[in-house]
Design a protein around this ligand. Structure first.
Ligand code: NAD
Ligand code: DAU
Length: 349
């Protein structure tokens, strides 16, 4: 068997960990990484696998229908693992149409291309859509998101992801396309672009810049180490039942302010600064509009049915993450120079 697997968004944060896992673990597969390389896509993330014989990079835009159709016709992928997306909530508030284009239209163009190719023979084919827990909206102080929680997205980002989830299901129902979806909680770890909370604050602490905590900081997220998500994706891709959804989460809820204080203290130690130095950088700023209070995943289904559970504790994961940013200062400098400076001024000043 020579499985041809298309991974979209493989140059991004999570995608690069999925590509690395699949290229190394499955030498019998050919892994095609299709990515247009937006600000969030970075081939530096994949230097260690780029010369492997079972890895192919394709620079292409999932919103370009002709280009995508030609690529599907040429390579005839057996399966798609779709991660390419605009992924940052704050950007979606400034430019919602960009999120509709990539996350909804782009997903539909991939679904169409896959359907054109295989609708006469679906055997051994699979479209795997990687989605987010944000489609479920916000939890109150108690309760967990299960696979049966109703969709109730609040940001343009989560609305676009919810819409793409619905289209994937619709292609399954209407055209018989074999599919699976997973909805995951907040990831953290190496290669995370420093617009998201943890890498942004690591970078700001290094540079003694203020740490902009939105609102009162009492918002809760459920954090999962990115490699555990990649392992979850491998598990669902190979063993998940057709037309099912699996929630993936860390069983690891943190209020933002508590997480930021922990990060500050770990960074003080790492940087040999006085205890409390980094905490003094905390600045409470204007809240994110439509800010979801709390996300928390019930990952019982994937655990009971497929045997997946997180392997990295938060303490280990945060320490590994901090070490990675210290060991990869060049990566951090490269992604935070140029356009990033304009982004930062526009969003935080
Ligand atoms: P990311 O922003 O780091 O990476 C996205 C990748 O998609 C980049 O490499 C980018 O170049 C590529 N891309 C964007 N538009 C494209 C287009 N038009 N054509 C081709 N490639 C394009 O995102 P991430 O955090 O790695 O998230 C990956 C996926 O996982 C997304 O679908 C996201 O919704 C989902 N997800 C993310 C998290 C999280 O915490 N980061 C949690 C759950 C689900
Ligand atoms: O839950 C999964 C989602 O997690 C993914 O689908 C998204 O792609 C991913 O970006 C992430 O969304 P969040 O909005 O939860 O992540 P972010 O890192 O942007 O913010 C985490 C929390 O920290 C949130 O409550 C907002 C807050 N925050 C964030 C930033 C960037 C701040 O207080 N200050 C900040 O500067």
């Amino acid at each position: 068997m020579n499985k041809k697997i298309l991974i979209t968004g493989g140059a991004g944060f999570i995608g690069s960990h999925v590509v690395r896992l699949f290229v190394n673990k499955y030498p019998e597969y050919t892994i095609y990484n299709l990515d247009v390389l937006t600000y969030a896509g970075n081939l530096e993330n994949l230097r260690d696998v780029e010369k492997k014989s079972n890895y192919v990079f394709i620079k292409a835009d999932i919103t370009n229908e002709n280009q995508i159709n030609e690529i599907f016709d040429e390579f005839k992928f057996d399966s798609v693992i779709h991660l390419a997306a605009e992924s940052h909530v704050d950007r979606s508030i400034k430019d919602p149409l960009a999120f509709a284009r990539t996350n909804i239209l782009g997903t539909m163009i991939l679904l169409n291309a896959f359907n054109r190719l295989w609708s006469n023979n679906w055997s051994n084919k699979r479209f795997y859509h990687v989605s987010t827990d944000e489609v479920y909206g916000s939890l109150g102080l108690t309760g967990l998101f299960t696979e049966d929680t109703s969709y109730d997205p609040n940001s343009p980002y989560s609305a676009s992801k919810a819409s793409s989830d619905h289209f994937v299901r619709a292609y399954g129902e209407t055209y018989g396309m074999p599919y699976v979806i997973s909805n995951c909680s907040n990831n953290y770890g190496p290669n995370h672009f420093p617009e998201k909370l943890i890498p942004l604050f690591i970078n700001n602490i290094i540079n003694k810049k203020s740490l902009p905590v939105y609102g009162d900081g009492n918002y809760t997220r459920d954090w999962l180490y990115v490699i555990d998500h990649a392992i979850g994706i491998d598990t669902v891709f190979h063993n998940g039942a057709n037309a099912e959804t699996y929630n993936i989460g860390g069983f690891n809820e943190w209020k933002n302010i508590d997480l930021v204080k922990l990060l500050c203290s770990l960074m003080d130690t790492k940087l040999s600064r006085e205890p409390g130095d980094s905490e003094r950088l905390i600045t409470y700023v204007k809240d994110r509009p439509g800010h979801d209070l709390r996300y928390a995943i019930d990952a019982t289904k994937i655990n009971k049915e497929l045997g997946w559970c997180p392997t990295v504790t938060f303490e280990e994961g945060l320490a590994k993450t901090i070490d990675w940013y210290f060991d990869n200062k060049e990566w951090l400098n490269n992604v935070t120079s140029g356009e990033y400076q304009n982004y930062y001024k526009e969003y935080y000043n």
